[in-house]
Design a protein around this ligand. Structure first.
Ligand code: C2O
Length: 550
């Protein structure tokens, strides 16, 4: 077991895109950021030094953090932010981890520019369960805003309404020729004919789910969220933010240039826009520059079928270990609602939907971030910052069979709070995630920290326990699940990793609106079942450094 060391300097970097020069927050001046390369079971140590004026944390998305919840990274959940001028070293082991994951800032909306890939190779001497590719390439999808992200976050949240579309979608940071001043800022992948390439595709976008396709070339999915899948060949895929898909692509077409395109998937009703996309190129060796590139259109922005095709077809390669009996059975509605203007929102002008402000909730609870580390408060038994009463079913009576998704909950207000759900160590957990909402239903990419889970079922409409059959044989093992628009998804996992684990919608604005919960998994009996003490250099919150209890 070896240790891979990385130095991450959080910096403010001047960048020119879309005919516009501005400062963005980066790691080591890079956009996208540096790649974390490691092998399965390696230890990773990343020293993050904050040379920027912003508070920041880094989250290792999809890293299961076995017994290392302190290093998970969501600000005010597992740690206080790293303040300007401070540093913190994240240390974790990639126990049984594989494939492609990502890291990103988990503080404010800074992950809009602060993100990068994690590539976990098999252990030495172990090969992929597919023919070794000729080459591997990372493809990170993103969004770019001309506005400063801190300003954007402030403006969106105080407007009470939805965020604007990004000024550009990007592939490996490049907008491509569909955008102003970007012909020379286009991602290009040089290939030679007759080879198979592995594309490690990551959606690091802030507020949008995205389609991805390569003109004239099939994509054979072999891995999703860092776990092997049975090969699944499709023309196009959809990735929610936080999702990763490894896909093989064979250069079996005529010599030429072919588009790599990405563009938004938006399932919410009443939202409509022109199809837009960012493109890059796959260019075969020997192509001549007077050949026009072949450009394939993406699905229309509301094409839910494409999304469904991949979800329906995705299967674990195995072997797998799906819990059969369930100890903790949760039913959680996820959705958008409107909150009337309250004292919590004095600065908001309340000109959002229906004279209120957009909010979001799980089981009618709108999650409010604490201003200390929730995990540390739990560990040190400091009261007053959160409660343990997150309900295991919606607060509003939920009629499984008769209730239309749009009617649940049927009053527009959720209850705000920092509520957590306690789970006994070792429980076999099932969570039914049901899309709902009084404003609109919408596909929500729900991400769970600290675990991967088996997606044993999903479907349209309301979950009806009388009427489902789960896949307990070869369900995909993911860390982020797109709960289908107006539908549901069922996930299962064994709660064998103690800590405070954030579960939230990975559309950043939905998280800001409160589409989150924290699952607290208690310690078990043995040493291997107990969260270790907090690291001595864990960042402190200002509010706590003077508190007597601390
Ligand atoms: Cu990738 Cu809590 O996030």
């Amino acid at each position: 077991r070896s240790t891979q060391f990385f130095d991450f300097k959080v910096q403010v970097t001047r960048i020119t895109k879309l005919c516009n020069t501005k400062d963005i927050v980066t790691i080591n001046g890079m956009y996208p950021g540096p790649v974390v390369y490691a092998q399965e079971d390696d230890k990773v140590a990343v020293k993050v030094t904050n040379e920027s004026p912003h508070n920041i944390t880094i989250h290792w998305h999809g890293v299961r953090q076995k017994l290392s919840c302190w290093y998970d990274g969501p600000s005010y959940i597992t740690q206080c932010p790293i303040q300007p001028g401070q540093s913190f070293t994240y240390e974790f082991t990639l126990v049984k981890q594989k494939g492609t994951l990502l890291w990103h800032a988990h503080s404010s909306w800074l992950r809009g520019t602060v993100y990068g890939a994690i590539v976990v190779y098999p252990k030495t001497g172990v090969s992929y369960p597919f023919k070794p590719p000729y080459e591997e390439h990372i493809i990170i999808l993103g969004e770019y805003w001309l506005k400063d992200l801190v300003q954007l976050e402030h403006d969106v949240l105080s407007s009470g309404g939805s965020p604007p579309l990004a000024d550009a979608f990007t592939i490996n940071g490049s907008p491509g020729p569909n955008y102003n001043c970007s012909t020379n800022d286009t991602y290009k992948l040089d290939v030679i004919p007759g080879k198979t390439y592995l594309l490690r595709i990551i959606n690091a976008a802030l507020n949008m789910e995205n389609f991805f396709a390569v003109a004239n070339h099939n994509l054979t999915i072999v891995e999703a969220d860092g776990e092997y899948t049975k090969p699944l060949t499709v023309n196009q895929i959809m990735l929610g933010p936080g999702q990763t898909i490894n896909s093989l692509i064979t250069t079996d077409q005529q010599i030429g240039r072919y588009s790599i395109s990405m563009g938004p998937y938006m399932s919410a009703k009443n939202v409509s826009f022109q199809n837009i996309s960012s493109i890059g190129y796959i260019q075969y060796s020997g192509f001549s520059s007077n050949m026009l590139p072949l450009i394939s259109p993406l699905p229309t922005f509301n094409d839910t079928l494409t999304t469904k095709t991949v979800m329906d077809g995705l299967r674990s390669l195995g072997p797998i270990d799906v819990p059969r009996e369930i100890d903790a059975d949760l039913f959680i509605t996820v959705g958008l609602n409107v909150e009337k203007c309250t004292s919590r929102t004095p600065s908001q002008n309340c000109k959002g939907v229906k004279g209120g402000v957009m909010a979001a909730s799980m089981n009618n609870i709108t999650f409010i971030s604490p201003n200390i580390s929730l995990l540390e408060a739990y560990y040190r038994k400091v009261n007053g910052y959160f409660t343990y009463d997150f309900p295991g079913v919606p607060l509003k009576n939920y009629d499984f069979v008769n209730q239309a998704p749009n009617n649940v909950p049927n009053d527009t207000q959720s209850i705000i709070g920092t509520r957590t759900k306690i789970i006994e160590y070792g429980s076999k957990v099932q969570i039914i995630l049901q899309d709902t909402g009084t404003v609109t239903t919408e596909n929500h990419p729900i991400h769970l920290h600290g675990y991967s889970f088996y997606v044993v079922g999903h479907g349209e409409g309301n979950y009806n326990p009388q009427n489902v059959s789960f896949n307990l044989v070869d369900p995909p093992y993911l860390n982020t699940i797109g709960v289908p628009v107006g539908g549901w998804a069922a996930i299962r996992f064994v709660a064998d990793n103690p800590g405070a684990w954030f579960m939230h919608c990975h559309l950043e604005v939905h998280m800001s609106w409160g589409l989150s919960v924290v699952l607290i998994v208690k310690n078990g009996q043995g040493k291997q079942e107990t969260l270790p003490r907090p690291p001595p250099n864990l960042p402190r919150c200002l509010i706590w450094s003077s508190a007597s209890k601390y």
